[in-house]
Design a binder for this molecule. Structure first.
Ligand code: ZN
Length: 374
């Protein structure tokens, strides 16, 4: 038997690898951080045997509740990620598989690789409506890349979409891939109409270092980027610093920050009700967005979500809150599940890249309806 995590977004530590029925593993912490939950590794062993794996430290991970009702994803071809039998006993996460090919990958959610990220940027840049800009570099020296879609000079509205501040939330970049594909579909009248007067600024990956390092939640030096929006620095959080500077330079009328949630098996939004400037107008924009999103996608709902902030109690270090306050406009965090959508479960795949991409396609409609209210 053999286990490796020496690849893009790999994360596992082998504790014991002798008994196929009791393979003991641990998830590594994010660098200079207490957070951990993302795992991703490759396993090799004799065929047609049943193997049982245990993540010994699952119970101490960032969101231990997230393991309840969760199923690990596995893949033989690194394209189709199927769910396997998984059980959390309160301390350890156990999962088992009958091996049908010599080598198999396991992960917390279908990975979105740094290579695919580059492919996405360079496929998109070929469209005449798209511009690819490098804003600067991360602490590991990777590029912070921004795509603009639409008429930068003359657009009436500016929409910002950022994703994967938390690098283990790979569904966020799958969502963005779906959104961009739909926006540039020249047979889609809704997208064509939107681009008549709106420009989209999209950062598909806010945290490329954390992504490649196999982190759950932080960048190369352990900064949780979604707590850096009030005072980002080039030393600790250049990713936020660079994007935030560009936002301040260009302005924006609608902001979406795309995430995944470890615990809740639903798609939902977290809004700005706790920011100092929240008012009736802001509420109208939020309600318009949610109603339109529910109208177009049965995968989106507004029953289950986070507790709403009390007035004035928002944490302004969080992107959505800081942006909502700074630009006095709609600013939502969109959350997707690691588990599944409990309203429309999929036994074989759970919440998947395909469903995340579809939700990204569908978000154009609530964007359009909300812009009409500005
Ligand atoms: Zn997140």
């Amino acid at each position: 038997m053999y286990i490796s995590d020496k690849f893009d977004s790999g994360n596992i530590r082998v504790v014991e690898l002798n008994d196929p029925q009791n393979i003991q593993l641990e998830i590594k912490h994010d660098n200079q951080s207490e957070f951990f939950q993302w795992f991703h590794f490759r396993f090799e062993g004799p065929l047609e045997q049943q193997y049982r794996f245990s993540l010994l430290n699952a119970g101490q991970s960032a969101y231990a509740k997230g393991w309840q009702g969760y199923q690990v994803v596995a893949s033989y071809d690194r394209e189709e990620w199927f769910r396997i039998d998984t059980d959390f006993d309160g301390e350890q996460l156990h999962f088992s598989l009958l091996l049908e090919q010599p080598s198999v990958y396991f992960a917390y959610f279908a990975p979105y690789s740094y290579e695919r990220h580059q492919d996405l940027l360079h496929t998109m840049q070929q469209d005449y409506q798209v511009n690819l800009t490098t804003l600067g570099q991360t602490l590991d020296g990777r590029d912070m890349s921004l795509l603009s879609v639409g008429d930068v000079e003359n657009a009436k509205h500016k929409v910002w979409v950022i994703a994967r501040q938390h690098p283990g939330e790979t569904m966020a970049e799958w969502f963005v891939e779906g959104l961009l594909g739909n926006l540039l579909d020249q047979d889609n009248p809704l997208a064509m109409k939107l681009l008549e007067d709106t420009v989209f600024y999209v950062v598909p990956n806010m945290n490329p270092d954390g992504s490649v390092r196999g982190h759950l939640r932080t960048n190369a030096v352990g900064a949780n980027l979604n707590r850096e929006w009030q005072n980002p620095t080039l030393e600790r959080s250049p990713e936020v610093f660079l994007v935030r500077e560009k936002m301040l330079e260009l302005g924006g009328d609608l902001f979406l920050d795309i995430h995944g949630d470890e615990d809740l098996p639903y798609n939902f939004v977290a809004g700005c009700e706790g920011i100092p400037s929240y008012d009736e107008r802001h509420k109208l924009l939020e309600d318009t967005f949610k109603e339109a999103f529910m109208a177009i996608s049965p995968d989106f709902q507004d029953t289950h979500g986070y507790a709403k902030d009390e007035p004035g109690q928002a944490n302004l270090t969080i992107a959505a809150a800081w942006l909502g306050e700074q630009f006095k406009t709609l600013s939502y965090t969109i959350e997707m599940p690691f588990k599944d959508n409990a309203d429309m479960p999929d036994e074989a795949f759970g919440w998947s890249p395909e469903r995340a991409m579809q939700l990204g396609c569908d978000v154009l409609f609530p964007i359009k309806q909300t812009l009409a209210k500005l």
